[in-house]
Design a protein around this ligand. Structure first.
Ligand SMILES: [Zn+2]
Length: 77
């Protein structure tokens, strides 16, 4: 008897509410974004970085800045 597993791989982990390490993209199913938003922090099991809502906000802001710079340079050429 064949059992077809649901295609969980096609769903972005962030949408499931689990915290994801911005550095190595490891999803931590023991930590939810909801908990992080309430002040929890966690250490990435893969790369060892410690993350909290504050650090995640910093990385997100930096990534947005890099993206903006890259877009600007593309427009120049
Ligand atoms: Zn990591």
């Amino acid at each position: 008897m064949n059992i077809t597993l649901p295609a969980v791989a096609t769903t972005a982990p962030e949408l499931l509410g689990f915290a994801t390490c911005p550095l190595c993209r490891t999803t931590h199913t023991t930590m939810t974004n909801d908990a992080v938003g309430k002040g929890a922090d966690w250490q990435c099991a893969r790369c060892g970085q410690k993350w909290s809502a504050t650090r995640l906000a910093t990385v997100t802001a930096y990534a947005a800045w890099v993206s903006a710079q890259t877009t600007q340079h593309r427009g120049d050429s």
